[in-house]
Design a binder for this molecule. Structure first.
Ligand SMILES: [Zn+2]
Ligand SMILES: [Zn+2]
Length: 359
């Protein structure tokens, strides 16, 4: 008997779901023995996870599952494409997610090659599927998992995305916040998928312009940097959660909002820490992972309200979390990051001074 992390039931595991790093020495992705993570799953959870991932891979993500990856109309043609979102894998990245029968019975899951963001998404569902299934707020995170947001219904938006899936997910996320699509006049915010034209910065009324929020796929550093140079307000990950959209819109209506300088590597804002310092961790990218990609992964799996920025040249993550949940949140995110980056907690008293001294 083992405990299934996806539903917390103590049941006989049907299978272990595991991810293995892939090797590209022969020019094609090949599974290796390097295990990235492994979770025992009960029959119900494995069947559920299989149907959710199959749905996304077939281009019909389950509407009930937040932030499911989308194929965005891409066709699956080559060996080096992610089998879920169909993006092309960068060399030496990606993993094969496969199931290992625990009781000699093969489960419904078939092995598939996935990109880094999709691997994190599957790991996230396997380690705690309850919030995705809507049965509870994420127990690991305590109060941290709840969504609260400012009144945003005065805002309107428009979207320029490469696929209907993205547009529809955004319409859903905004509708849940009372934010509707602009009809006719200029919107207050324009969501633009990285690399697509951002349109003109229309003036809404004296001193108020249409703000641009970039929807950034993993690895889209160049396009995001170009949008920020053209005065875009902020970037969020694509796929996004409604929580991430709520948080970016809340910051946009902040009356005292002043644009902060940007760090050119991570494309995050440069923060000025003020005492008392909150509990924080710094982000250490793994060898070969860029600062932007590490920041992207943390933003993808953190909550929208968490602060992620650069202090003294290093990426600092400040979860908006009750003190007693801090360690659990850092541990969960480190599992999501599965080695691509590591969150290292900083000493509470004076974290920023401390790591200035450390390097
Ligand atoms: Zn289960
Ligand atoms: Zn993918």
């Amino acid at each position: 008997m083992t405990e299934c992390p996806a539903c917390d039931a103590v049941v006989p595991a049907l299978a272990f779901l595991q991810a293995r790093a892939v090797d590209w020495t022969a020019g094609v992705p090949e599974r290796t023995s390097r295990n990235r993570w492994r979770y025992p799953l009960c029959p119900a959870c494995l069947a559920w996870l299989t149907s959710v991932v199959d749905g996304s891979a077939l281009g019909s993500p389950a509407a009930s599952v937040l932030a499911a990856p989308s194929t965005e109309g891409r066709l699956l043609r080559f060996l080096d494409q992610c089998n879920v979102c169909r993006s092309t894998l960068a060399p030496r990245t990606g993993a094969v997610v496969e199931s290992l029968p625990a009781a000699g019975v093969p489960g419904p899951w078939r092995a598939r090659l996935v990109c880094i963001p999709c691997e994190g998404w599957i790991a996230n569902l396997a380690m705690d599927a309850r919030s995705a299934r809507g049965s509870t707020s994420r127990a690991l995170d305590g109060e941290y998992g709840r969504t609260v947001h400012r009144r945003l219904s005065s805002l309107t938006f428009e979207v320029n995305a490469g696929s209907n899936d993205v547009t529809e997910a955004l319409i859903d996320a905004c509708a849940s916040l009372g934010v509707l699509q602009a009809q006719g006049g200029a919107p207050s915010v324009r969501f633009v998928e990285a690399g697509r034209p951002a349109g003109t910065r229309a003036r809404l009324r004296p001193g108020v312009v249409v703000q641009t929020v970039i929807l950034a796929p993993y690895g889209a550093y160049e396009a995001v940097a170009a949008h920020l140079a053209a005065a875009a307000f902020e970037w969020v990950t694509l796929p996004f959660t409604p929580h991430l959209i709520a948080a970016v819109l809340s910051r946009l209506v902040e009356p005292l909002m002043v644009p902060l300088p940007r760090d050119k590597d991570s494309l995050l804002s440069v923060l000025q820490p003020v005492e008392p310092f909150p509990a924080a961790a710094y982000v250490r990218p793994a060898l070969g992972v860029s600062a932007f990609d590490a920041a992207w992964l943390v933003r993808r799996f953190a909550r929208g309200y968490d602060d992620l920025g650069v202090v003294s040249g290093r990426i600092v993550f400040v979860p908006r979390v009750p003190a007693h949940s801090f360690d659990a949140v850092i541990a969960r995110l480190n599992r999501n990051l599965s080695g691509r980056a590591t969150l290292v907690p900083l000493a509470r008293q004076s974290p920023f001074e401390r790591f200035e001294a450390a390097g």
